[in-house]
Design a protein around this ligand. Sequence first.
Ligand code: GLN
Length: 452
Amino acid sequence: TSAHLEAIEAARALNAFVLETPDQARAMAREADAKIGKGEGGPLAGIPLGIKDLFATKDLRTTACSKILGNFVPPYESTITSQLWRDGAVLLGKLNNDEFAMGSSNETSCFGPVVNPWRREGANTDLVPGGSSGGSAAAVAALLCMGATATDTGGSIRQPAAFTATVGLKPTYGRCSRWGIVAFASSLDQAGPIARSVRDAAILMRSMAGHDPKDTTSVDVPVPDYETAIGKSVNGMKIGIPKEYRLDGMAPEIEKLWSEGAAWLKAAGAELVDVSLPHTKYALPAYYIVAPAEASSNLARYDGVRYGLRVPGRSIGEMYEDTRAEGFGAEVRRRVMIGTYVLSAGYYDAYYLRAQKVRTLIKKDFEDCFAKGVNAILTPATPSSAFGIGEKGADPVEMYLNDIFTVTVNMAGLPGIAVPAGKDAQGLPLGLQLIGRPFDEETLFSLGEVIE
Ligand code: GLN
């Protein structure tokens, strides 16, 4: 814990932490030491972690990196973080993210962008760590914590993991409790770990997963000991290679990485099969209807009355308007406007309802594929390596294209893991994604470890 606290202090320029909790960390570490001494240390005893600022932490400022939450201090602890502390983990502080987890570069945070610890060979440009869990990925990559919590609505665990050579798992929808996590799009949101290795991600998952009566969408299925999946044979497993992910104009280095990954799995005894997921091309447009629709509804609670920022006005209407105009950043306002539009009486059928139908078709594509005996699907994690801070700010659609390989997984509620797999010509990390059957995170860990 002391070593990590020192590392955090020395790496403040990365802007990965938005709140450091050194006193609490030392107290928790001492407590863990005492328990270890008595033989009562839990599976994470003394392991220092960073927590994305989307997770409510009791008596500690939680902002979702939005001005509208101001200095909100929750009187409760999220289920996932409670489980981590129950198992002995140590809180180092809260990690930066895109405002309300909306973004792919961590540039929409009210605390400013996070700097990726990786740089292009021979260049000094600061790169983004990806988003929205940019603080989590940068902190793990820079060895500021041993692991971090993160959330993924359309790629926010896997894309930053790919940009920083870390491992990120988005579990099956319902695998982890969402209670006490600031909601973005409730039917897509799922929390998971970002870690230094596949094994570490498996260890963290065991503490994070589990049914929670406080989240009715969490599923009551036993939590396996994920670590036993590491090193398990993948001989005879069927790995699907979906042809629709081979995009026109795909970067040759991404294509090469994808073939290499497939070859490694084959060498380990897996069988490669060509599969088709025909509705893939509709996933991104459908996601950018469903996610903003749910976000506009979830964000209605930020009204200046119950918590966070309040900008006083002459009437309650003016107070609402001024609070929301000042409290929400540009990307969040854009999402609220899109969401309100697609849910409005005249457009609901044409946009929202249609997007939901497309979502069902995307889910069915995967079901058909798994019904043919496919154990997991291999794809690239991102269409490129990390880009420069400010490079993609002008056009929101260009930013949204980052999610092209990851959003389908959230739309279908499936588990997906991003694993570091190689580097591009400029020395920047690239990742591969494995998509699994519902509640079969174990297969992803076994296969992920082969690639890693
Ligand atoms: N980049 C996507 C978005 O902006 C996904 C974000 C996420 O997974 N939280 O919506």
